[in-house]
Design a protein around this ligand. Structure first.
Ligand SMILES: N[C@@H](CCC[C@H](N)C(=O)O)C(=O)O
Length: 278
C-alpha cells in the first residue's frame, strides 16, 4: 500500500489515497502506522477521498485511532497532495471534513504547492457545542484543576474542541504532566486539545499543544486558530497574529466582518513509501 509522509509545521501525518485504495479499518491502521518504532511514525493518518459536496474529502485519525472532525495542518497538506499529484489543476479548492466544507487558496512555486491559506469558518463559542461543561458564555475563564494548580481556560471549537490557557513561559511549562490530565478531564465530554500560550506581543503568540489522541505535537492548526480567538476574547492580542509553534509559524486572522478564521501556513512532502504490513 503506497503512502506519502507530509507535515505542516512538524505536525506529521501519513496520507493515503482513497481514490486508489480501500482502507477497511482506518482507526486500527492509524495506531499501527503512527507507531514511531514499529510503524512509519506520525501524529496520525489522513485519508483523501472523493466527495459529493466538495472537490475532495478528508478523514483524519489521531495516533490512538480516534477520528477527529478537523485538522488544520493536514488540510493544507491534502491541498498540496491533490495539486502536486495532478488530481486537480485548481489552486482554489474545497475540502469536505466532519467540521464542514473548507476553502483553500494555495500558493504554487515551481509547479508544487508550498503554502496555503484556509478559510476555517466561524469559531464555535457555545459551551454545549464545543463541548464543555460550563455555565459561561462564551467560555472564558473556566477553571480546571490539574496537579494542584487551577488553570483558567478559554474554550473554543474549530470543529474540534480546544481549551486554551495563558502561561508565563511555554518553554518550561510541564506539558507532559498537565496535558494528559486536561485532555480527559470530566468537563470535556468528547475530550479536548489543550493549548498553553505565552503572549509575546499584540501580534505574536507562542503556543505548545497537547493534542487529543496524539499527545504533544510540534504544531496544531485548529489549535492555533482557537488560540487566536481566545487571545482576542481575553484582550491579549489583535485579530491577526503569528502563532509560533515548536515546528514553525502559522499566521491566523479572525476577520471581524465575516466572523471567519483564516489560517496560513506551509505544507511539505517528506517522502513516499510502501507499507508492507497489511
Ligand atoms: N493537529 C491537528 C488537529 C488534529 C486533531 C486533534 N488531535 C483532535 O483530536 O481534535 C491540527 O493541525 O488542527
Amino acid at each position: 500500500m503506497k503512502f506519502t509522509k507530509m507535515h505542516g509545521c512538524g505536525n506529521d501525518y501519513i496520507y493515503l489515497n482513497g481514490f486508489e485504495i480501500d482502507v477497511a479499518d482506518p482507526s486500527e491502521l492509524a495506531i499501527r502506522m503512527s507507531n514511531r518504532n514499529f510503524g512509519v511514525g506520525s501524529d496520525g493518518i489522513v485519508l483523501i477521498l472523493p466527495s459529493e459536496k466538495a472537490d475532495f474529502r478528508m478523514r483524519m485519525f489521531n495516533a490512538d485511532g480516534s477520528e477527529a472532525e478537523m485538522c488544520g495542518n493536514a488540510i493544507r497538506c491534502v491541498g498540496k497532495y491533490v495539486y502536486d499529484k495532478k488530481m486537480t489543476d485548481q489552486t482554489n479548492i474545497t475540502i469536505d471534513t466532519l467540521a464542514g466544507v473548507k476553502i483553500l487558496d494555495m500558493t504554487v512555486e515551481d509547479g508544487q504547492v508550498t503554502y496555503a491559506k484556509v478559510d476555517m469558518g466561524e469559531p464555535i463559542l457555545k459551551a454545549e457545542d464545543i463541548p464543555v461543561v460550563s455555565a459561561l458564555e462564551p467560555v472564558v475563564g473556566e477553571v480546571v484543576e490539574a496537579l494542584g494548580t487551577a488553570y483558567a481556560f478559554t474554550c473554543v471549537s474549530m470543529g474540534n474542541p480546544h481549551a486554551i490557557t495563558f502561561v508565563d513561559d511555554t518553554d518550561h511549562f510541564p506539558l507532559e504532566e498537565v496535558g494528559p490530565i486536561i485532555e480527559v478531564h470530566e468537563k470535556f465530554p468528547r475530550k479536548v486539545n489543550a493549548e498553553f500560550v505565552q503572549v509575546v506581543d499584540q501580534e505574536t503568540l507562542k503556543m505548545r499543544v497537547w493534542e487529543r489522541g496524539s499527545g504533544e505535537t510540534l504544531a496544531c492548526g485548529t489549535g492555533a486558530c482557537a488560540t487566536l480567538v481566545a487571545g482576542v476574547l481575553n484582550e491579549k492580542v489583535g485579530r491577526k497574529a503569528t502563532v509560533k509553534l515548536l515546528g514553525g509559524d502559522l499566521i491566523i486572522e479572525w476577520d471581524e466582518a465575516s466572523n471567519h478564521v483564516f489560517m496560513s501556513g506551509p505544507a511539505v512532502t517528506v517522502f513516499e513509501g510502501e507499507w508492507m504490513l497489511g
